[in-house]
Design a binder for this molecule. Structure first.
Ligand code: MTE
Length: 330
C-alpha cells in the first residue's frame, strides 16, 4: 500500500485532513445550501449537454468504415456524446486528471508514425502508418468500454481486427502472448515526468485473445481519425476487458513466449491482474465492479447500470476462458 501512496494513488479521506470543527460547520452550510446547490448543479449539466450538441466531430480527417459483420461488434446502445468521449479520458502520459489529455495532447505528433512488429514471428516488419491504414478494409464498430474506475462509454470506433495484422506476420509456435508497447517520448508527453507508472505503458494479451475478431486495432472514432487524447494514431480496443487493456498510441507489437509484465501489474499486482476481464463478481480492492455509471447519464437521479460479465460480450468470448478460475486469474 505504501508503494501506491507514494505514487499518489491513495487519497486521504476528507476527515483526515480537515479539522473536525471545520468540516462539521461546512456540513451545516451545505445543508442550508442544498436546495440552491441542486439547482446550480442541474444548470451545469444542462450547459454541458448543450456543449455536447455543438462539439460534433468535423475538425479531423475523415475516416470511413463499412458496417462490421463481426458478431457483437455493433451494440445498439446510444453512443456517448463526442464531447464526452474526447474530453473525459485516461492517458497518463498527458496527466492523471480526466481533462488533462484533452488539454495537453496537442503536443503529440501522430504523423509520421511507425509500428515495429517483432519477436516470435516469421515475418517481422516495421509498418508505416499509411501502410497500416491499408492493411484491411476499415470497419465501423460500436463498443461499450468499461473502465475499472466504475464508468463506461459507448464509442463508435473505426478500424479492423488485430487478427488481420497477426496473420500477415505469421507467429511461430513459440508465440503465446502479444505485448503492446506505447510511445514514451518526454518531448511530446509531459506526463512522463511523473513516476505514476513505469514508462513506457505496456499491455498484453494471450495470443488467442489477440486473434479474437472483436479485438480491434482502432484508427478512428465517430468517422474521423483518432483525436490525440484518444490514442492517435492507433490504439487497441478490447471491449470485454477493463479500459486500461486498450493501449493507446502503440509503437511496438511483440510476440512472446511468457506473459508480459504490464504497466499496471508492475504498479500494483494485487489490484490489476493480467487478464482484467470485466467481471461484476470480482471487485477491485477500491472499487466495486457490480455496477457502472454511463458517462453522459450522470444526472442527479440517474440509476447506475449493472455491469455485465465480460462487459456483455460473453456469448462471443466466454469460450476463451472455459475452465479457468476467473477469481484467481483476475
Ligand atoms: N494507453 C496509454 N498509453 N496510457 C494510458 O494512460 N489509459 C487506459 C487506456 N489506454 C491509458 C491507455 C485507460 S485506464 C483507459 S480507461 C482507456 O485507455 C481510456 O480510453 P479513452 O480515453 O479513449 O476512453
Amino acid at each position: 500500500m505504501q508503494y501506491l501512496k507514494d505514487r499518489g494513488f491513495v487519497h486521504p479521506h476528507a476527515s483526515e485532513i480537515t479539522p473536525r470543527s471545520v468540516y462539521e460547520g461546512r456540513r451545516t452550510l451545505l445543508r442550508q445550501m442544498a436546495a440552491g446547490a441542486a439547482g446550480l448543479a442541474l444548470a451545469g449539466w444542462a450547459a454541458r449537454d448543450a456543449l455536447a450538441q455543438v462539439q460534433r466531430p468535423g475538425k479531423l480527417m475523415a475516416l470511413a468504415g463499412s458496417r462490421s459483420a463481426v458478431a457483437g461488434a455493433l451494440t445498439m446502445e446510444k453512443p456517448t456524446a463526442y464531447a464526452d468521449a474526447t474530453s473525459y479520458n485516461n492517458f497518463y502520459e498527458f496527466g492523471t486528471g480526466k481533462s488533462d489529455p484533452a488539454g495537453a495532447a496537442g503536443s503529440l505528433k501522430p504523423r509520421p508514425w511507425a509500428v515495429a512488429v517483432e519477436g516470435e514471428v516469421k515475418k517481422p516488419k516495421v509498418f508505416d502508418l499509411d501502410e497500416l491504414l491499408r492493411i484491411a478494409p476499415m470497419e465501423d464498430r460500436s463498443y461499450r468500454l468499461r473502465c475499472v474506475e466504475g464508468w463506461s462509454m459507448v464509442i463508435p470506433w473505426v478500424g479492423w481486427s488485430l487478427a488481420e495484422l497477426i496473420r500477415r506476420v505469421e507467429p511461430t509456435g513459440n508465440a503465446k502472448y502479444v505485448e503492446f508497447v506505447t510511445l514514451a517520448d518526454r518531448a511530446q508527453m509531459p506526463g512522463l515526468r511523473s513516476g505514476v507508472l513505469d514508462w513506457p505503458y505496456v499491455e498484453g494479451l494471450r495470443l488467442d485473445e489477440a486473434m479474437h475478431p472483436l479485438t480491434l486495432l482502432a484508427f478512428g472514432l465517430y468517422g474521423e481519425v483518432l483525436p490525440n487524447q484518444n490514442g492517435a494514431p492507433l490504439r487497441l480496443v478490447v471491449p470485454w476487458k477493463y479500459g486500461f487493456k486498450s493501449a493507446k498510441s502503440i509503437v511496438k507489437i511483440r510476440f512472446v513466449e511468457r506473459e508480459p509484465r504490464t504497466a499496471w501489474v508492475k504498479a500494483a499486482a494485487q489490484e490489476y491482474g493480467f487478464y482484467s476481464n470485466v467481471n461484476p463478481n470480482v471487485d477491485h480492492p477500491r472499487w466495486s465492479q457490480a455496477t457502472e455509471r454511463r458517462i453522459g447519464e450522470d444526472g442527479l437521479f440517474q440509476k447506475k447500470r449493472p455491469t455485465l460479465m465480460f462487459n456483455g460480450y460473453g456469448p462471443q468470448v466466454g469460450q476463451l476462458y472455459a475452465g479457468m478460475d476467473l477469481k484467481k486469474y483476475f
